[in-house]
Design a binder for this molecule. Structure first.
Ligand SMILES: Nc1ncnc2c1ncn2[C@@H]1O[C@H](COP(=O)(O)OP(=O)(O)OP(=O)(O)O)[C@@H](O)[C@H]1O
Length: 304
């Protein structure tokens, strides 16, 4: 079943085209990674899907309905973002009490367990919490709300490595018992790579990739070895990146390798190393940037 359907969505802020004719379909009961560089359009997309921002054109359907001023739909959505505002005198206790009222599937014992694990001070005002503690408030609400769709917009800001691991572990555990749609926007790509089932890569307001994570991993490989042999192997392939050190060259190529390719590589004495999701995302966005620069040399020149 489809949770979210986005058709031809465009968002323009004065002279910035933040989303450029985006079409997407998000399934129920799937964890998505929404990836992309700073300014790619991730927050804009999530804020429109949660009816906190208006589209310039295009259509959004959440569970088949327009989410704007639609309490039935909005009660099924949780949006965790750093810029969430709380009243000056609000404590985490107040924030969780409101979340409990708002989200019908709220799990208080789960929230209590997370509060203890994140060692969150409950009586301090939210204003006085550290950055990591503030992130913990959002993360706890995101997990314990058990909303049908939960958006986490870089939820880990300020969280230390232990706290981030608690977040990932509890999210996956709870998702296994209570499947739902989760959209996780993150720059720590390799940290979330094992968590996300599908990757949506957004770049310059356009969708660059929308694929199963396992399929994405197979999209590229790095060939390492003698420069001449590597060059011969990659001659007809799309090269994402090239590094050379003396006579050893390392070339990342796009496209899955076949059994025949592996046999050729073995015979040539070349090594193949997998490309991490983070490396692939970096290479694909760099490639998209150079294609854009090549397509509009005049405007790039003007920027320099
Ligand atoms: N309120 C606004 N007014 C004008 N421009 C905006 C506004 N909000 C976002 N933008 C611009 O829209 C583009 C997309 O921004 P957005 O916040 O969606 O990116 P992002 O992918 O979430 O980035 P980050 O990873 O840095 O959070 C950027 O160029 C940004 O400067």
């Amino acid at each position: 079943m489809t949770a979210i359907e986005v058709t031809d969505l465009t968002k323009r802020y004065r002279d910035t085209l933040a989303l450029d004719h985006v079409s997407l379909s998000l399934a129920e009961n799937t964890i998505y990674g929404l990836l992309g560089r700073n300014g790619a359009g991730k927050t804009t997309l999530m804020s429109i899907l949660t009816a906190q921002n208006f589209a310039t054109s295009g259509e959004v359907r959440v569970f088949g309905e327009d989410p704007y001023e639609n309490a039935g739909v909005l009660g099924r959505i949780c949006f965790v973002r750093e810029s969430q505002r709380y009243p000056d005198d609000a404590t985490p206790r107040h924030a969780f009490a409101i979340a409990r009222l708002f989200f019908p599937n709220w799990d208080q014992p789960l929230a209590d367990r997370l509060i203890a694990e994140f060692q969150l001070p409950m009586k301090k005002t939210i204003k006085k919490l550290s950055r990591g503690q503030l992130s913990a408030v959002g993360v706890i609400i995101g997990i314990a709300s058990r909303a049908d769709i939960t958006f986490f917009d870089e939820p880990y800001l300020g969280l230390d490595a232990t706290a981030r691991q608690i977040f990932y572990d509890r999210l996956v555990e709870d998702y296994a018992e209570h499947p739902r749609t989760i959209v996780l926007s993150s720059h720590l790509i390799d940290e979330v790579a094992n968590l996300i089932e599908r990757v949506i890569l957004i770049d310059g307001g356009s969708i660059l990739l929308d694929e199963e994570t396992d399929a994405v991993r197979d999209r590229a490989a790095t060939i390492v070895g003698d420069a001449a042999a590597v060059d011969a192997f990659v001659a007809d392939r799309e090269v994402l990146h090239r590094d050379s050190l003396g006579r050893v060259t390392s070339v990342t190529v796009l496209g899955a390798l076949t059994e025949a390719d592996h046999a050729v590589l073995r015979d040539a004495g070349l090594d193949v190393t997998p490309v991490s999701l983070q490396q692939l995302v970096v290479r694909l966005t760099q490639q998209a940037a150079s294609r854009r620069a090549a397509a509009s040399p005049a405007s790039e020149g003007a920027l320099r």
